[in-house]
Design a protein around this ligand. Structure first.
Ligand code: VTB
Ligand code: MG
Ligand code: MG
Length: 322
């Protein structure tokens, strides 16, 4: 895969971040999401790829842009055939209510390498590279905690687990407390929460709990690039969601491991901070109509982890990208 695509992916998430950051704290999550989707879609039109959206904003009839199956990029006869997974704004509520850790994310892999995940919930567990290989989503949480503590050479009381703050996690919380580990709750955004496990300075060792399945694929792409581990089990709630899973040919009992979600190592991933976060700074507005962005770019082939700090002269940008 052309390594320069990595910079183009950063451009795509930067554009979505710049467009949606203006809505911080303004109470309108749909407007923020729409701005991110529009900007991302327009920027993709400048990239030389033959892409198909595999993880996107929904079905063709419900999403005018970045719908599943949409052709993306300026495809020529020599352009790369790829699968694209996008979440132009993960954490729409975080933006609407001025909370941390909203991000814009994109992952790509060669055509046929990404799981077509239904828009249902997924039970998830994720760890960084030092604890890769020791987790098992079907084992009791206390066993996973013990394994991770051992792998990280920490006491159980020092292991920090992050999860979405939702009533559906009450039992999980009780078991973790009983085991004696620490919990860091997040209001939204389990993609960046899982990525945080790969960076020691975030203080987070493991991400667990139930979140979106499409985001599970994107998370797996990121963790694979960094040598972390992700496991997920689809968790449809309604009959309609179960029907959708069966229709899409996914196995409701299967543990989807990192490699099942994204095959091979020709993977490129980019995430730009929209609101302020532990790992990525949010978009900031500086003097003279300049804005700054902070982006994480990953490539699985080489394992390179790159942070890109950019300043953008907004007067010089096309309307859609500012
Ligand atoms: C969101 C979001 C997460 O899962 O909360 C969601 O913040 C689903 O959970 O990042 P709820 O329906 O309880 O909000 C994610 O979108 C992604 O997995
Ligand atoms: Mg979204
Ligand atoms: Mg999302």
């Amino acid at each position: 895969m052309d390594r320069n695509l990595a910079l183009n992916l950063a451009r795509v998430t930067e554009a979505a971040a710049l467009a949606s950051a203006k809505f911080l704290g303004r109470g309108d999550k749909n407007a923020a999401d729409q701005a991110a989707v529009d900007a991302m879609r327009r920027m993709f039109d400048t990239v030389n790829i033959d892409g198909v959206v595999v993880i996107g904003e929904g079905e063709i009839d419900e999403a005018p842009m970045l719908y599943i199956g949409e052709q993306i990029g300026i495809a020529g006869p020599d352009s790369l055939k790829i699968d694209i997974a996008v979440d132009p704004l993960d954490g729409t509520s975080s933006i609407a209510y001025g909370r941390p850790d909203a991000v814009s994310v994109v992952a790509i892999a060669p055509r046929g390498c990404m799981l077509h995940a239904p828009d249902t919930y997924m039970k998830k567990i994720a760890v960084g590279p030092k604890a890769a290989g020791v987790i098992d989503i079907n084992a009791p949480i206390e066993d996973n905690i013990a394994q991770v503590a051992k792998a990280l050479d920490k006491d159980v009381s020092e292991v920090t687990i992050t999860m979405l703050d939702r009533p559906r996690h009450n039992d999980l919380v009780a078991s973790i407390r009983k085991a004696g580990a620490r919990i860091r709750m997040i209001t939204d955004g389990d993609v960046i929460a899982a990525i945080n496990t790969c960076f020691e300075n975030t203080g987070v060792d493991m991400m667990v709990g139930i979140g979106g399945a499409p985001e599970g694929v994107i998370t797996a792409a990121a963790l694979k690039c960094m040598g972390g581990e992700f496991q997920g089990i689809l968790h449809p709630v309604t009959e309609e969601q179960k029907r959708r899973c069966i229709e899409m040919g996914v196995d409701l009992n299967k543990v989807y491991k990192t490699d099942d979600l994204v095959k091979g190592d020709e993977i490129v991933f980019a995430a730009t901070g929209v609101s302020h976060g532990e790992l990525l700074q949010g978009v900031k507005y500086l003097e003279n109509n300049v804005a700054s962005t902070h982006t994480l770019v990953l490539r699985a082939e080489t394992g390179t982890i790159r942070f890109i700090e950019a300043t953008h002269k907004l007067d010089k940008k096309p309307e859609y990208a500012k």
